[in-house]
Ligand binder design. Structure first.
Ligand code: GDP
Ligand code: IMO
Ligand code: MG
Length: 464
């Protein structure tokens, strides 16, 4: 069977931890979209692993697959594999030959486009990893696929076609003179990034390494065989529903489909295969957001936090939750925007994904607050909405109607995790019950800390 793990909010809900939690029963863990914009954390016996491209099952020694829906930067993939090897793991990663390759010019263009938008309200705050430009080329039928890296003639032909276009784009549209520009943008050497020969040499070598290590597969066939032979497959979604390119708050989104339908399209298995399995929505008990976009339940102003000029109750609360939850960007250290749980957003996610179960994380982070609030509905133009409007402009205008819950004490969460659901503080149970009832979906797991053992497990979807 299959279990699909999906972010129900804005990313960073704790998907990596849940993949790790249930991953023991899986034979293969497959990513179906996104690339190294993801940062999934697994904490095993106090050791923290940050994974961007390697599927989180690597910590348990499971085979990982990067499906055709992913965009793969071979450089970061190999660096990550090498780093994990140094940490004593032995990642076995197979990459779909149909997956698209992130090239250095994609990163440069991602960063330049963000720069151009910097004074506008359409700046997305991307991760700068070249994700959007790579998916653009995929849709524009000028992309380079992993399979192309294995065939030097094809690789050269594709580069000869596409690189002059990229050069013209950067010089003629963005008016950046490659002769004058800084040597490094977005972590890549700008001059090599637009040079066919340099790119060919570098990417041909990546192709050779992928080939030598037997890493490329026809992912759909590989996964179908695993299932036919009675194996268990887990799909590891990256990002989250509200930054899905179709179902999120466009244009403040990523360029792929984190929603559950993506698991079929992005791996080469049918929707019936995914649908016969379980779809587990991962929920952070509050909300965090990296980057721009609407956030009706936001607390405080993150810019004031950065400047250190904020004040007031909301500001203090935001700072408290941010600190307790470690809500700081892993790369930049930039404080993340935080706010209360947004129920219209979750109702939208439940419908778009068809969740069969929920894992609700970070219950420990809210512990100790006198009261915990939830955006139960929105009011827009005098009308009460229980789900999100389809345009981002209207979403931005929504006022949340807050519902207040009594807080719960900060208890010894290790003991709670060991004793199980009965030991969860009553007020937290009320909160969890509310979420479950509103979404008409059972709670399979409750995160009470970052570690694998810091979870209250009520059901294992592989056993259903
Ligand atoms: P992902 O991108 O969805 O995999 O999530 P991230 O790894 O980016 O962010 C989640 C962060 O919260 C990580 O640092 C996790 O170790 C941590 N985390 C996950 N679940 C819990 C939880 O229940 N409680 C606490 N305190 N931290 C958690
Ligand atoms: P995980 O898998 C949170 C956000 C970026 C930006 C927008 C577009 O760890 O949950 P992109 O680089 O994808 O073009 O950026 O999406 N974003 C994430 N936010 N978690 C993520 O991944 C994210 N991946 C992208 O901050 O707002
Ligand atoms: Mg993350």
């Amino acid at each position: 069977m299959t279990v699909t793990i999906v972010g129900s909010q804005l990313g960073d809900e704790g998907k990596g931890g849940v993949v790790d939690l249930y991953g023991d029963a899986a034979d293969v863990i497959a990513r179906y979209q996104g690339g190294d914009n993801a940062g999934h954390t697994v904490v095993e016996d106090g050791t923290k692993y940050k994974l961007s491209l390697v599927p989180s099952g690597a910590v348990r020694g499971k085979v990982g697959v990067l499906g055709n829906g992913c965009v793969v930067n071979p450089k970061t993939l190999f660096e990550e594999i090498d780093t994990l090897r140094e940490k004593g793991l032995d990642p076995d990663v197979r990459v779909a030959r149909r997956a698209h390759v992130i090239l250095p010019y994609h990163r440069v263009l991602d960063n330049i486009e963000e720069d151009v938008k910097s004074d506008t309200d359409i700046k997305v705050g991307t991760t700068g990893r070249g994700i959007g430009p790579t998916y653009e080329d995929k849709a524009g039928r000028r992309g380079i696929r992993v399979g192309d890296l294995l065939d030097p003639e094809v690789l050269r032909k594709r580069l000869e076609y596409v690189v002059p276009q990229k050069r013209a784009l950067i010089e003629d549209v963005y008016k950046v003179s490659l002769a004058d520009v800084d040597d490094v943008i977005g972590g890549v050497d700008v001059h090599d990034a637009f040079d066919v020969s340099a790119l060919f040499e570098q990417y041909r070598r990546f192709g050779e390494r992928l080939d030598e290590e037997g890493m490329t597969v026809a992912a759909g066939d590989f996964l179908a065989e695993t299932i036919d032979e009675g194996g268990e497959v887990m799909f590891e979604g990256a990002q989250g529903t509200s930054i899905d390119i179709d179902h999120g708050n466009y244009p403040y989104v990523t360029s792929s489909n984190p929603t559950a339908g993506g698991a079929a399209v992005g791996t080469g298995l049918g929707p019936t295969t995914v649908g016969r399995g379980e779809v587990v929505g991962i929920v952070k008990a509050y909300l965090s957001r990296v980057g721009s976009g609407p956030f009706p339940t936001e607390l405080g102003d993150v810019d004031e936090q950065i400047e250190g000029s904020g004040e007031g109750k909301e500001y203090e609360l935001a700072t408290y939750i941010r600190d307790e939850g470690g809500e700081y960007g892993t790369v930049t250290g930039r404080p993340r925007r935080v706010g209360w749980l947004d129920m219209p957003m979750l109702r939208h996610a439940e419908r778009a994904n068809g969740f069969t179960g929920l894992a609700i994380n970070h219950i420990d982070v809210l512990a100790g607050l006198d009261e915990v609030k939830v955006g139960h509905t929105y009011t827009l133009d005098g009308e009460v909405l229980d789900t999100v409007p389809a345009t981002t402009e209207r979403w931005e205008q929504c006022e949340p109607n807050l519902k207040t819950f009594e807080g719960w004490d900060d208890v010894d969460w290790d003991v709670v995790a060991e004793e199980g659901y009965e030991a969860v503080p009553e007020n937290a149970k009320t909160y969890l019950g509310y979420i479950s009832d509103e979404l008409d979906t059972p709670v399979y797991a409750i995160g009470v800390g970052p570690g694998r053992d810091e979870t209250v497990v009520r059901e294992n979807p592989f056993e259903n």
